[in-house]
Design a protein around this ligand. Structure first.
Ligand SMILES: Nc1ncnc2c1ncn2[C@@H]1O[C@H](COP(=O)(O)OP(=O)(O)OP(=O)(O)O)[C@@H](O)[C@H]1O
Ligand SMILES: [Mg+2]
Length: 349
């Protein structure tokens, strides 16, 4: 690589982000602010609610809160609430006593008591069934649990951390989550910023991830092209850090002669950047819809979509970008839908 040629940037010249001892790259001031706050609240037993989009590092922060807390040597138990089973959910969390229901051959501790003396991380707390929410609230208030089928309570000493990528405030409004529990869980709240709001983070993380991939995959990368860096910066990263990590692994394994150029990036990053897609969440959603539509190819659905497209086009005076935004779809999806519409019209009797 010619150092004077500005088309390539040496990996060694990319900015380096410091790492926490648990391997989290401090990629931006925005993340540093959250980490600082996490260190300040970690020594207190208050429940912490971590929110933020998928792939922003909620799990890493939860583990860090435990590590920086007063009992880092106590158990750290992770439970994902989407794994709660309908009829067994209460027992999974709070345990049961022998014979309390068919098949309960012996006492079961449940996740709360498994985490005694340490931390219980309840991930995807938005999935906690409404029916269990009062019991969780009581448990937190009284620091005592009552296993299913048992009359005695057990004192518990467990620090509870929860995380969600859903808007629980909105769920409360819709009556899908109890407000009292929401406020109790969120007495301390840490919000992970999305990647697109962390200034400078993409270069820092890319550099760290390229170096890590070189070590684990045993390949050597010397430089990345400016256009590849620009595409990485222009893409919206709906899957945040996790998605970037996968894109970099893809790029490293697709690199040619130790160089990462635009063509080594996954298609969706390249195309997304070229089109300058602005609204990532709608984009992701609409792509799912689009895939569903083409898979279903169902007449009624097709008709409803065509109708929506025509109305939106009319409302925007035929402006494509405006129409796509109003429909919550990317421009490329709009073009696809419009060409399908035209194809259908030309076949109409
Ligand atoms: N700042 C960071 N530095 C290094 N790796 C990170 C960072 N943030 C996230 N990651 C990595 O990105 C991936 C996703 O992080 P994590 O699982 O903590 O996200 P999450 O917010 O819990 O996502 P989800 O809502 O989908 O569960 C993991 O592989 C994690 O190690
Ligand atoms: Mg997670």
């Amino acid at each position: 690589v010619d150092g004077s040629d500005s088309e390539w940037v040496e990996i060694a010249d990319l900015p380096k982000g410091p790492e926490t001892d648990d391997g989290m790259v401090i990629d931006s001031n925005a993340l540093r602010t959250v980490l600082d706050r996490a260190s300040r609240v970690a020594p207190y037993p208050a429940t912490v609610l971590i929110d933020g989009e998928s792939g922003t590092g909620k799990e890493l922060i939860a583990r860090r809160l435990h590590a920086l807390g007063t009992r880092p040597d106590g158990p750290y138990v992770v439970f994902n609430c989407s794994n709660l089973m309908d009829t067994l959910a209460e027992s999974q969390l709070f345990g049961h006593s022998r014979g309390s229901f068919t098949g309960a051959h012996r006492d079961a501790l449940g996740y709360f008591r498994t985490a005694e003396g340490g931390t219980l991380f309840l991930d995807e707390i938005g999935e906690l069934p409404l029916s269990l929410q009062p019991k969780l609230l009581r448990t937190l208030d009284e620091r005592e649990i009552k296993p299913v089928g048992s009359t005695n309570g057990h004192r518990i000493d467990v620090r509870v951390i929860t995380a969600t990528n859903r808007d629980i405030g909105a769920m409360v409004q819709r009556g899908e989550f109890r407000g009292d529990l929401y406020y109790r869980l969120g007495s301390v709240r840490l919000t992970m910023p999305p990647l697109r709001e962390r200034a400078g983070a993409i270069e820092v993380l890319s550099a760290n991830f390229i170096r890590a991939a070189m070590r684990t995959l045993g390949v050597s990368i010397s430089a990345i092209s400016r256009s590849a860096l620009e595409a990485l910066n222009a893409y919206e990263w709906p899957g945040n850090v996790r998605e970037l990590l996968h894109a970099i692994e893809h790029a490293v394994t697709s690199s040619d002669g130790g160089l990462i150029d635009l063509d080594a990036l996954p298609d969706y990053v390249r195309c997304g950047a070229e089109r300058g897609i602005a609204d990532h969440s709608r984009f992701e959603h609409s792509e799912h819809v689009a895939r569903f539509v083409s898979a279903a190819d169902d007449g009624m659905l097709r008709h409803a979509i065509d109708d929506a497209v025509r109305r939106a086009l009319r409302a925007s005076g035929g402006q494509r970008t405006e129409t796509a935004r109003a429909l919550g779809i990317s421009r490329s999806t709009l073009y696809r839908w419009m060409s399908q519409m035209r194809a259908a019209e030309s076949h109409a009797p």
